[in-house]
Design a protein. Sequence first.
Length: 531
Amino acid sequence: MILEHQRRYWDLATVVFLALFLVAPLLAALTREPLGKMLVNERRPVEQAPELRADWNSIAEFPEQFERHFSDTVGLRTAYLHLRARLMWFVFGVSPTPVLLRGRDGWVFMTSSHSLEVYRGMKPLSEVELAEWCLKLEERQAVLEAMGVKYLFAIAPNKNQVYADYLPPQLAQVGPTRLDQLVDYLEQHSDFRILDLRETLRAERKRDEGQRLTYYPLGTHWTNRGAFAAHVAITTAMGELLAPGFPSLAHFPAAHCRRAPQDKQADTWADRMYLEDVLFQEVYSHNPDRRHMRSSTVDGESVGDRDLVTTTGDGGLPTTVMFHDSFGMQLRPFMAEVTKKMTSYRDTEFTPSLGAVREADLVLDLWVERILVTQSAGQPCSWDQAGLGRLFQASRLVNYELSPAEAKAFSDFRQLRVSVATEDAAEETAAGPIGRGDLILGGLVGSRSQTYIVAVDLECQTPGRLAMAWRTRRDPGFSGRNKTITQLAAGRNTAFFHLHAPDLEGDLRLRFSPDLGEYTLYRLEIRAINR
């Protein structure tokens, strides 16, 4: 009897506890202050309450939209996430977020962008992708050399390349990384050389003392000390490229750097894991001492909010443009001290027609290793129309030109298929539907030794879009990977497209959108550029 009473008490206590557990979020949501617009830990806005409208699409999308809103606004959300994070980190020994992997001694490593698969050699570059990267780098070097500008492409290693021994032991390498592949491919097929910073950072790691590290344990970036080591290697490479023009170019002296512990956590994912109150790392600054700094910010010349222009005014130093990702932010203070003028573009792809590039002595491309995953080599440069026009005019290698009769036929009937191949190949490519506003060139074959510029001269009644897509051996359909769009103004236009596809094979399609209104095609010409 006593045992039965005890069991009832425990059952009642369990029911009450579960009821409180379920009701507590509702009570908290009703009594708390209004939520802000951002989920600070997750670096994203709160999902707003959806609006239910009287149409089928709105009704179909409402449940999923409401679920996202409820997940972001449920009461005690932050408390539960903190509790969950502690259980996963301290009890189960794993990361609370799939974006990070927990390694030895609580170090974290990025899992996004296939970082671990690439490190292990399980997601290699194909031969076509390697050829595309090779052409991409050679092309940038060639166009800059024609402008009298030197080009340096540097790759910073992922954290797992420098602190591989902190990864779980089961993540052993089984093949070369993408960076290994690219370095080997360039050595075998090109005179272009990248600045591979892996050995520089590994050597710097050997100088670690206590918590004075080369990469952050709880972050993904190099520390200021790691950035300084990269700065030394980059400045040395710049001197070799620019010699003998700037004999006074030298890296910023280590003795002029200020080293001291910092209160702030710098690069850490602790807050995004909801562990910001229990996980900490020691941080030491390693920055240019203000007493020895000569550079100053130039106002009014930045293109974007995250761009920066600095100057020392020293005519014995080069004018430099740096395109970079987040790794370049810690490099900026050092590079600013060894350049006459430096223009830094954050997360902007190389664009040769920028005014700062035309005025530079050297262009530095600095990106972390995952660029070989996140950036498609199939689109080499962010060329603007002016830059493409100059490349087109400089080439005398006419690959194909639409005849006046064919141009008139397309203008009259709004669809056309022509072949640039042999008769046999033309018969093979003639099959398949052709849509209104489509002009298709069949039988094209790409080359690893050439890239192409397509020029389209037309007059349209209203503004609209002109899209170009192409087939390759890798993507036989008109996929989003092989597509580019340009916006046309009302009136006469000459639009240029960059067609960079070593494995081009089959059709090239130009699609004239209906919003162009009435239009007349005057010319379509493809010119090749030898690499």
